[in-house]
Ligand binder design. Structure first.
Ligand code: FES
Length: 81
């Protein structure tokens, strides 16, 4: 599915980029702007930002859930703030 018509960015491309990113740094924070930079593009009209953000969150949950326990980002506990 095409998420961004300006850059022809698809869900599968987003997932591939996020999988590669999680292999090198499973703790990284990925924003739509950063994702576009990682794909060699930049946001243009911005209409896709909300959808891209939702797909990033969904894909990261799936990818990080499949990582070995030791590689997963640890959930923050209230007393650690
Ligand atoms: S639809 Fe994504 S920047 Fe325009």
């Amino acid at each position: 599915m095409i998420l961004c018509s300006c850059n022809r960015l698809s869900t599968s491309r987003v997932r591939a980029v996020l999988e590669r990113q999680c292999q090198t740094d499973p703790y990284s924070l990925v924003t739509p702007g950063r994702l576009f930079a990682m794909t060699g593009n930049r946001m243009q009209c911005g209409r896709c930002a909300r959808l891209v953000n939702e797909v990033i969150a969904k894909e990261l949950r799936q990818i990080q859930g499949a990582l070995p326990e030791t590689s997963r980002p640890r959930k923050e506990r209230p007393h650690e703030r």
